[in-house]
Design a protein around this ligand. Structure first.
Ligand code: FAD
Length: 421
């Protein structure tokens, strides 16, 4: 059995069940594919992979390559169509087993479905992009609760899976791999560094360091009070970019949260943090269940949204020129840094959908391009929620912009910072 591990959203060595079960009497080929589709225009005048996430991803892949090299392995980096590349490798290297981590993105799932139909190999799919495995859910996926609260309640009694410790040894790579050269990234991100850009560095090491940093007593213990902040590093964990690319396993984060609670005591903040991880979890299972409906205009709720497209409104929104200061400040931050707080994401999404009545999918696609922490399920799931076509039991919520600004930016610090006032 010659194994190929396809690294996708699991750019790490910890919690790697698929690698731990490798057969040492056979070879192991590790590959990462830069998908050509990431650079193609979408239906929404955007492209799937914007410059901020590209830089972060390049860093994460480079670090993974170094880590594998340190334990005698090699990461083959290829650019192109993933199905073609995987098929060629299977043929060239006599691969009999493909391992990977499951991911709920519908695009990614279609690729795997097509490969499964085309290749006669054994598949091993680990489930560590989520906290729980599908078998642990106390309901069949087809009965996934229609909103978050019953989901959360039903999961209260389910015991999380402990993360696997990091692999420190792997089977050798096949000799034929020496003849294959790595491809380089097709475009250099053109985005200039902005003075207010947050210090995100791609890779497992920086992700693990950030968990230790944030789970420092002062930060995590105050999460409930600080989590609605607009700007800055410490008001929330900032773990999302590492979770989105799998530089961090959510199970590892949860196990450190439990350790923290055992050491320092649980409080409202640690409990709230767990609830946020469960929001992420809910959207992942929603994507598994609804697949392409995550991207459908009528959403998982199957209702008609406000549906129009005013290009001048959309352009004003993207560039932070709507005339609503709190929205413009946030949109400038997103355009220039690839980051937005959760509060800002809700405000600008509500503005686009309710005040401008623009088709929510344009907003979701802009976020997909811009966000350094883009995650298919969390992004499209949250957008649907705010557009009233998703899993919000209230149907739709409209934010009062003046009230939001007064409550969360009372001294105007955020607006002044970004609008130069
Ligand atoms: C319109 C919209 C689009 C969004 N798009 C994304 C996205 O593409 N990728 C992404 O990771 N998150 C997305 N979110 C959710 C949320 O805004 C971010 O996860 C959060 O701001 C990341 O910052 P943090 O890591 O400091 O979060 P913390 O507040 O420290 O929360 C800890 C973790 O919990 C999870 N989490 C928290 N809130 C949510 C939420 N509402 N939905 C899902 N997971 C959550 C994240 O994994 C996060 O890292 C979106 C929210 C909205 C309203």
């Amino acid at each position: 059995m010659q194994q190929l591990h396809w690294f996708r959203y699991d750019l790490r060595l910890h919690d790697q069940q698929a690698l731990l079960t490798s057969d040492y009497s056979k070879s192991l080929t590790c590959v990462f594919i830069i998908d050509e589709q990431w650079f193609q225009p979408t239906l929404w005048q955007t492209r799937p992979l914007g410059p901020f996430r590209q830089v972060f991803l390049e860093q994460a892949v480079a670090e993974l390559s170094d880590s594998l090299q340190r334990i005698g392995q090699r990461l083959l980096i290829k650019y192109g169509n993933p199905q073609t590349i995987i098929k060629e490798l299977v043929e060239q290297l006599g691969i009999t087993r493909i391992s990977l981590q499951k991911h709920p993105g519908s695009f990614e799932r279609r690729q795997i479905r097509q490969l499964k139909a085309a290749l006669n190999v054994e598949w091993f799919e680990s489930e560590s992009f989520t906290l729980f495995a599908e078998q642990q859910l106390p309901f069949p996926l087809s009965d996934l609760p229609a909103s978050y609260t019953p989901f959360k309640k039903q999961l209260e009694s389910v015991c999380p899976i402990a993360p696997y410790s990091a692999v420190s040894k792997l089977p050798k790579f096949p000799k034929q791999l020496n003849a294959l050269a790595d491809d380089s990234w097709p475009t250099e991100p053109a985005q200039e560094h902005h003075p207010f850009q947050l210090p995100f560095i791609g890779g497992e090491r920086a992700g693990l360091k950030q968990v230790d940093y944030y789970f420092d007593e002062n930060h995590l213990s105050n999460y409930k009070q600080t989590r609605n902040g607009f700007d800055g590093w410490d008001f929330s964990s900032k773990l999302s970019p590492w979770l989105a690319l799998g530089c961090l396993s959510p199970r590892r984060v949860l196990s450190q949260l439990k350790d923290f609670e055992a050491r320092q005591g649980a409080n409202e903040s640690t409990g709230w943090f767990y609830l946020e991880l469960l929001w992420r979890e809910y959207f992942q299972w929603l994507a598994y269940q609804y697949d392409t409906r995550m991207y459908h205009r009528r959403g998982v709720r199957d209702v008609n949204p406000l549906l129009s497209f005013y290009s001048e409104y959309y352009t004003a929104w993207i560039n932070g020129r709507t005339g609503c200061a709190i929205v413009d400040a946030a949109m400038k931050q997103l355009k220039n840094t690839g980051w937005l707080s959760n509060r800002s994401r809700q405000i600008v999404a509500s503005f686009l959908v309710n005040e401008y009545q623009v088709d929510w999918r344009f907003g979701a696609a802009w976020f997909e391009q811009q966000l350094i922490d883009y995650d298919a399920a969390s992004n499209w799931g949250n957008w649907q929620y705010l557009a009233g076509v998703g899993t919000d039991p209230r149907g739709k919520r409209t934010f009062n912009m003046t009230k939001q600004a007064q409550t969360y930016d009372p001294d105007n610090a955020f607006v002044s910072r970004w609008m130069g006032g």
